[in-house]
Ligand binder design. Structure first.
Ligand code: PHE
Length: 473
């Protein structure tokens, strides 16, 4: 007989772990910059609507199916639809996706810890030169940082669900909130800070067009860790006496609140540095923002709080982002890990060892694709652009397959697992859900327009990414 499935020790532990997954690099800079560039409060409104109307029901579909099957995503598809090849493919996709996104996320986390060490070592002034980022990511030191990140993730995951994932979330998440609030308070006291707040929040509906709407949905979907099998896996570790709908709402709320509050830290800092900042000056990518833009801003603080003070603020920021990244990385690696353990019967430690070699190998290859090796840097080209190994992973898994996996789980839950089973699972542990308006909404949306919306996002991404043509203008 196999051992009973591991479980989170408490509902709070589950919520913190799931929120730890959701709160990641995307929240800290991706969201604030996207909001500022795309209509401020208007973007926020659209984003919030997507979180509630689209993402929350998908999260429920993931958590409920996982809690019912008590398996990883592959096991979930296999248990609910035994021997059905097409659903097996969906199952494999939901293992491959977190594996590959885990690879790209590892690379970014490695850079973050590298910057953190470098700042602690007194090198903020060096990092403030935008050119140093290119040198940093091509330095072989990153492999040392990669070993450190791998060791931390291993240390957490080998402890299991309760003693590893839950325990880490219970320490890292409160620490993260505390640092975030401390930084927001500090930043808001800087000169011109409120110009940034204004830019961030004042709605400009003229900026809203089809591609902004689509970007808001993608951002919300990724930010809530959907389409990666994470919520299926974490749901499988939740006891049936715990409410799923109530917990999912809190996870979505926490994630959105952190993203929103992060904006109150990033934008005021940017505007205090340069009151005349134009939104076009803001970097388009989170990566550009974190590694080339923000260090410059932190360094500028030295005129008021000295070099050590400026380094301290920068270090707290990178530690905060690092904590956010680690809890996300842990959650994403747990997906293939849970599948590997259950498919092969390997112990947790051995399974992590195997994954460490496989994912570590891929992460090393991806990390060399920024100029270290020509072969991985100019790996191929499509839609008129040269693509590195890293670019391909981002394009294929992050941009394209994510909404597709979301679409599959919606169809699976409603049309294969069936509506009444889905409802019954969500009612277990949450009797108020039964017959509620929310239940009716979830039922209707997951079976109808949410899959349609996700399909449109998927098709548009394929057209845009691989054929250079936008269908929605
Ligand atoms: N929600 C995470 C973020 O915003 C996304 C993510 C989760 C990425 C888990 C990787 C692993 O950054």
């Amino acid at each position: 007989m196999s051992a009973p499935r591991e479980q989170f020790g408490s509902r709070l532990g589950f919520i913190l772990a799931a929120a730890g997954s959701a709160v990641g690099i995307g929240n800290m800079v991706g969201f604030p910059v996207a909001a500022t560039k795309n209509g401020g409060g208007a973007f926020l409104l659209i984003y919030a609507l997507f979180v509630v109307l689209v993402c929350l029901p998908v999260m429920l579909a993931e958590m409920a199916s996982g809690r019912r099957s008590r398996k990883d995503p592959l096991g979930t598809y296999k248990t609910i639809a035994p021997g059905e090849t097409h659903w097996m493919i969906a199952g494999w996709l939901s293992i491959l996706t977190p594996f590959m996104i885990g690879v790209f996320y590892t690379v970014i986390t490695v850079w973050i810890i590298g910057y953190l060490f470098s700042i602690i070592g007194g090198n903020l002034d060096v990092l403030a030169d935008p050119a140093s980022f290119g040198a940093f990511i091509n330095d072989t030191d990153i492999f040392i940082y990669m070993a450190i990140v791998a060791a931390i993730v291993f240390l957490i995951l080998q402890g299991g669900v309760k003693q590893g994932i839950e325990k880490a979330a219970k320490v890292l998440m409160p620490a993260l909130f505390f640092m975030l609030i401390a930084l927001v308070i500090f930043v808001l006291t800087l000169d011109n800070a409120f110009a940034g707040v204004e830019y961030y929040l004042i709605p400009d509906f003229s900026k809203i067009n089809a591609s902004v709407v689509s970007a808001a949905l993608s951002q919300a979907f990724f930010s809530l860790s959907l389409g990666m099998g994470i919520m299926i896996t974490y749901g499988s570790y939740l006891g049936r006496e715990n409410p799923v709908p109530g917990s999912a709402k809190l996870v979505a709320l926490t994630d959105t609140a952190v993203a929103f509050i992060a904006g109150l830290m990033v934008l005021p800092a940017v505007f205090s540095f340069n009151p005349n900042t134009n939104t076009a000056d803001l970097s388009d990518s989170s990566i550009g923002m974190i590694f080339t833009f923000l260090p410059k801003i932190f360094l500028a603080l030295q005129t008021t709080i000295g070099y050590t003070g400026a380094s301290l603020v920068a270090a707290v920021f990178f530690l905060l982002v690092f904590f956010a990244a680690i809890t996300s990385l842990v959650s994403i690696i747990e997906v293939p890990n849970a599948a590997l353990m259950s498919e092969t019967g390997l112990s947790r430690k051995k399974s992590l060892g195997v994954l460490g070699v496989l994912m570590g190998g891929c992460a090393i290859v991806a990390a060399t694709s920024f100029g270290m090796f020509d072969w991985t840097t100019s790996f191929t080209s499509y839609a008129g652009a040269t693509k590195s190994v890293f670019d391909i992973i981002v394009d294929v898994f992050y941009d394209t397959i994510l909404p597709f996996n979301g679409l599959l789980i919606c169809l699976f839950v409603i049309y294969r697992w069936k509506r009444h089973n889905f409802n019954e699972e969500l009612e277990s542990g949450d009797p108020d859900y039964k017959g509620s308006l929310f239940e009716k909404y979830v039922n209707f949306s997951v079976g109808t327009f949410i899959p349609v919306i996700l399909f449109l996002v998927f098709i548009n991404t394929v057209a845009l990414k691989y054929f250079g043509a936008s269908l929605i203008g």
